[in-house]
Ligand binder design. Structure first.
Ligand code: NAP
Ligand code: GCO
Length: 264
């Protein structure tokens, strides 16, 4: 049964994976045997990522590509197929957030979040599916969020995008399951990465950020997640062990979604 978790001989593209959650997921897929390909917006970040993968003993392939640019994405997929091999598994990880009260948010800012967090997973998935069909199957993992289920102040664009990504995940699963392509989501809870650093910053008086205490009280595990908490779930959804799991959002949140929160 454990052989079903092996990714040996497979090629994985993890978008936006120079660091953070993408880097942790790519590192886990590599440990399970996959060849890792990743992209980032700037060569400097690609180089930084390549050095980090090398330090971890992973011979990754890194490319500069803006996931919102359809022509650039198609060129990237072609280049990967020529230089590395057909993509067996795609992790749509690249993402941004803008924390602005909705009534103060510009339409341009709202559109940019939707573009990266929802339109780009559509663009990249559309680019890789034809070769997956030809190859007889594949795995797609969309990095959703607690905000695929819940809202909160200042994250309207992000919640709309991640809610849409949940349904895009289910629709890809519905439309391509017949081609032995499984599309699932991972919904991380609150994970300590650069994206959430502003929510964990110490206050001027040295006290903890109020959001920090809030998340601890809302999480049965009473801690922030770390990117490595996503490693096992990602390997499972990328492997043959999950061949009959399709259209599922696997929340890796320490129990936040199940818990009313600790009484203050
Ligand atoms: P992060 O630290 O902000 O890293 C995001 C990565 O995406 C960066 O490498 C960034 O590249 C890349 N990226 C952004 N826009 C891009 C674009 N247009 N084209 C290519 N790459 C792009 O974020 P994270 O915390 O690791 O989160 C990764 C994913 O998990 C995101 O989808 C996020 O929404 C989701 N998520 C995060 C949490 C959390 O608590 N951290 C929880 C749930 C879900 P640059 O460095 O060049 O900008
Ligand atoms: C926020 C956080 C969250 C996390 C994550 C939770 O401002 O509320 O950034 O959105 O990033 O998506 O699952």
């Amino acid at each position: 049964m454990m052989a079903n978790f092996s990714l040996k001989g497979k090629v994985a593209l993890v978008t936006g994976a120079s660091y953070g959650i993408g880097f942790a997921i790519a590192s886990a897929l590599a440990e399970a045997g996959a060849t890792i390909v990743f992209n980032d917006l700037k060569q400097a970040f690609v180089d930084k990522g390549l050095a980090a993968y090398k330090e971890a003993g992973i011979a990754a392939h890194g490319y500069v590509c803006d996931v919102t640019d359809e022509d650039a994405v198609h060129a990237l997929v072609q280049q990967i197929e020529n230089e590395v091999g057909v993509i067996d598994m795609l992790v749509n990880n690249a993402g941004i957030i803008k924390r602005i009260p909705m009534h103060e948010m510009s339409a341009a800012d709202f559109r940019q979040v939707i573009d990266v967090d929802l339109n780009a997973p559509f663009i990249v998935t559309k680019a890789v599916i034809p070769s997956m069909i030809k190859k007889g199957g594949g795995k797609i993992i969309n990095i959703c969020s607690m905000m695929s289920e819940l809202g909160r102040e200042t994250v309207s664009a992000y919640a709309a995008a991640k809610g849409g990504l949940k349904m895009l995940t289910r629709n890809i699963a519905s439309e391509y399951g017949a081609y032995n392509i499984q599309c699932n989501g991972i919904g991380p809870g609150y994970i300590a990465t650069p994206q959430t650093a502003p929510l964990r910053e110490k206050q001027p008086d040295g006290s903890a950020h109020p959001f920090d205490a809030f998340i601890i009280a809302k999480t049965p595990a009473a801690r922030w997640g770390v990117p490595e908490d996503l490693a096992g779930p990602a390997v499972f959804l990328a492997s043959e062990a999950s061949n009959f799991v399709n259209g599922h959002i696997l929340y890796v949140d320490g129990g936040i979604l199940a818990y009313i929160g600790k009484q203050p």
